[in-house]
Unconditional design. Sequence first.
Length: 282
Amino acid sequence: QLPAGSLQLTLYQYKTCPFCSKVRAFLDYHGLPYEIVEVNPIMRKEIKFSSYRKVPILLANAGSPLQLNDSSVIISAIKTYLVSRRNSLEEIVSFYPPIKTVTEQGKEVLEYENKYWLMLDEKETKRVYPVKEVRVEEMKWRKWADDWLVHLISPNVYRTPKEALASFDYIVREGKFGTLEGLFAKYVGAVAMFFVSKRLKKRHHLRDDVREDLYEAVNEWVKAVGKNRLFMGGNQPNLADLAVYGVLRVMEGLEAFDDMMVHTDIQPWYQRMEEVIQKTGV
């Protein structure tokens, strides 16, 4: 438990972004209060203070103000801070330096090599991860959520023109849009994302029916958790549970989510996650 007010957090987000949802799931589970600033995805003036132009961005004040970028870095750094009191949050964040890399498409991006590591000493590591395999497993599945699962969301929620329109209706309802801007975003965005989803489908080598990839991935996760554990973390969720839950949660209320619940074995685990986050959340 942190003393009240010792960590002030502001999350800049799009509500329907899976990476932002991951961060919210983590903060809620750990009972950390935070303010939300919903960013307008067209103008993005709410984050004009930042040279980093993506969301989520977390502004954290634990004595001095600090900006944390990248959902997995945010989660690893804050978790390290909660477990270990040896270093300031500023020092912890410095352990995750950004590295400029170039993608296959020739685009320059920032990468964080060690973003799935918690920066703990031997004693703290033993406390969080009693055996080495537990840490290896958590890191593997956190990476899987970022590198694979998240790429199945857009092709599934924009799979047909009807689904694309329903998704954008939800995005506009939950997001920060003016009235005219919202109408424009809903119809133009739905058409655009329907075609983008086809491009993503090709880029990630998905099947003709992208639902099959979603079902397979979700069942792969359920199998990894296994029948003898409530969560991958055992009796309580670990960072992999929170990441997978955060990614899948953005489909709630959409056809893809309902189909996933019917055609996979995810429901018992998903309901346990909902319950435990509601119980521990603020």
